[in-house]
Design a protein around this ligand. Structure first.
Ligand code: ATP
Length: 585
């Protein structure tokens, strides 16, 4: 396929907001794509060259792109910058320059004189990859020159999209899930294959690989998708149940473990992937942030290849005691990694093994996986620590274990069905989190909610000093955000300042209501905020609400913390909120 054709598809997708229509366009695009193109097209449509977990970044700041555009079309940097400021979209500025016929007079293409050839998707992809991979001394200039050369060789519409990709602003407005729908439509003309495709994506979270396999080998290929070392598996997640008795009734014999309050880490190790890779729940590759884990895995794992699931928790280097989540999360950083590692060393509590020495273990019962895990780790308890556990079906024993964890300052316990398989990406009833049995104490929610900040209101009186007086939060209903609370109390002064600081970020504020927001007119905030800040909210209970678009509202909400480890896709869903509402009855 020519890149020109792909750009036409992108333009159509950009103009469309109906989910169904987007799915249809994607299905046509996928039908037209060659087998060796479809994967690349998936990454490109998400504004990337590789799956996110590969951590490939363009390392091209806005200024560099401005210089590349200027160089390509033979005009001054300032002129491009000025136009960009006015237009707000460098892709469109570059497209217009190209369309108006500025010739790349000043740029000598590194690949010879620009020929009148039409570049294919594969060629443009290859050139973008070369640009992204330029490193070291002189790489800034090389990136700019190569980008400029590429811009002179592609059509105006293609210029728009190629410029946006390194800026991280392609934003066609869909995620991997929509691409999976598109694939299903390509195969069957409807959504019926989505569960199967999603199941495969949960095991191998590489959308390009899924698309390519499906295009080449259809449903049969998808059924054969297997856990792959180096490619993250979507994390199994936990359900909620109101009482221990119900947990035992539903799951029978259970494994009970402490619920650590840190950050989920999936660790891959093996020579074929060049050592250790560490992924978060959001499929981010964070290996370089945790050097002590990398070292410990190399020394303490007794296997050629392994994937294990764990929770990383910061510990106080003096006392060895757990640090709160807010401290642990400081280890997620780009700079000053070594210093922070000394200040907040991490312990990695291992609770599951998903793969060992060429064999996927996700279908094995938890009990057996645990045995394998125990044999695969040397018990040094410095950095890699096997999570303690008991196996029981006695509610009182579970309660006692849970109470012990609370007294140790942990969040509670995780209750897992002893004979269950690992369920990638699923919030199933094989794992249940047991925080506080508050429902038994009369009232109270069984869990907190992870909401998205949708907008802010100016403050009056004391809160005017913080810059914000209240904020609107919502939960997810498919691709839409519905509101559940306008929060104006229950925050410390410091938290108010933090809310202001974060929501003031220019890149997050918008004048218009984001399309995916469903909000009652009476609740329109003074400033809309894009759905990128996730906050954990505790409430006394949930009530029915005529004005909140969730149909439910939080009573006495309090901000627990900012969930920087979560994206909008992991926000609490409306269905979960409804379940919490039911649970409190
Ligand atoms: P919460 O907001 O309550 O921490 P969550 O929404 O982040 O929960 P859940 O699926 O509700 O995620 O709970 C599972 C999370 O608990 C895991 O993602 C993991 O980070 C953490 N965790 C801590 N200890 C364990 C354990 N022993 N087994 C599994 N997960 C654990």
């Amino acid at each position: 396929m020519t890149f020109k054709k792909l750009s036409e598809y992108f333009e159509e997708l950009e103009k469309t907001s109906s989910r169904l229509k987007i799915t249809e366009i994607l299905a046509n695009l996928f039908k037209e794509a060659e087998e060796d193109e479809i994967g690349k097209i998936c990454y490109l449509s998400l504004g990337r060259l590789l799956p996110q977990y590969e951590g490939l970044e363009f390392q091209m700041a806005e200024k560099m792109l401005v210089r590349a555009v200027a160089k390509a079309f033979g005009i001054e940097d300032q002129a491009v910058q000025k136009q960009y400021k006015k237009e707000g979209d460098l892709g469109v500025v570059a497209e217009e320059l190209k369309a108006r016929g500025y010739k790349g007079a000043q740029v000598q293409s590194l690949f010879g004189e620009p020929k009148k050839q039409i570049l294919s998707v594969g060629e443009v992809y290859k050139r973008l990859m070369e640009i992204a991979k330029e490193k070291g001394e002189g790489s800034v200039d090389r990136k700019i020159t190569k980008m400029a050369a590429l811009l002179t060789e592609i059509e105006a519409l293609a210029v728009r999209f190629v410029v946006r990709i390194p800026l991280g602003k392609l934003r066609l407005g869909f995620s991997e899930m929509t691409l999976l729908d598109g694939l299903s439509w390509m195969g069957k003309g409807d959504k019926s294959l989505r569960p199967e495709l999603e199941g495969a994506f949960n095991v191998v979270a590489d959308i390009g690989k899924i698309a390519e396999t499906f295009k080449k080998s259809g449903e049969k290929g998808i059924k054969e998708i297997k856990v792959t070392l180096g490619v993250p598996i979507l994390s199994a997640l936990a359900q909620r149940l109101p009482t221990v008795e119900e947990m035992v009734e539903k799951m029978g014999e259970v494994v009970v473990e402490p619920k650590y309050d840190g950050t989920r880490l999936q660790v891959h190790f093996g020579r074929s992937i060049g050592g250790v890779r560490v992924f978060t729940r959001n499929l981010e590759n964070v290996t370089h942030m945790f050097p002590e884990i990398v070292e410990a895995v190399k020394k303490e794992v007794k296997a050629e290849e392994i994937i294990f699931d764990s929770e990383g928790v910061g510990v106080d280097p003096k006392t060895g005691g757990y640090l709160p989540f807010q401290e642990t999360i400081k280890r997620k950083r780009k700079y000053g990694i070594e210093d922070k590692a000394k200040e907040i060393p991490l312990k990695c509590y291992l609770f599951d093994v998903l793969y060992k020495d060429g064999k996927s273990l996700i279908s094995e019962p938890l009990r057996k996986r645990r045995e394998i895990l125990e044999k695969a780790i040397e018990h040094k308890a410095n950095t890699l620590v096997l999570s303690p556990q008991i196996i029981t079906s006695d509610p009182e024993e579970i309660r006692a274990f849970h109470q012990e964890q609370i007294e140790r300052g942990l969040e509670g316990a995780m209750i897992k069905k002893a004979d269950s398989a690992y369920e990638p990406g699923r919030r199933g009833f094989t794992w249940v989190k047991f925080k506080q049995e508050e429902t038994k104490k009369g009232g109270g929610l069984a869990d907190t909610l992870d909401c998205v900040i949708m907008g802010t209101y100016r403050g009056k009186g004391k809160r005017a000093g913080f810059g914000v007086g209240a904020f609107l939060v919502g939960v997810k209903k498919d691709d839409v955000f519905v509101t559940v609370s306008k929060i104006g109390t229950g925050l410390s002064d410091e938290q108010w300042r933090e809310v202001y600081k974060r929501t003031e970020n220019k890149a997050l504020k918008t004048e218009e209501k984001p399309e995916e927001y469903s909000v009652d007119k009476n609740l329109y905030p003074d400033t809309w905020v894009k759905p990128e800040i996730v906050v954990e909210i505790q409430a006394d209970n949930i009530t029915e609400s005529p004005i909140h678009t969730a149909g439910l509202a939080l009573r006495f909400p309090r901000l627990v913390r900012f969930r920087d480890d979560k994206t909008q896709n992991q926000a609490t869903t409306l269905r979960e909120t409804e379940k919490l509402f039911e649970l409190q009855k």
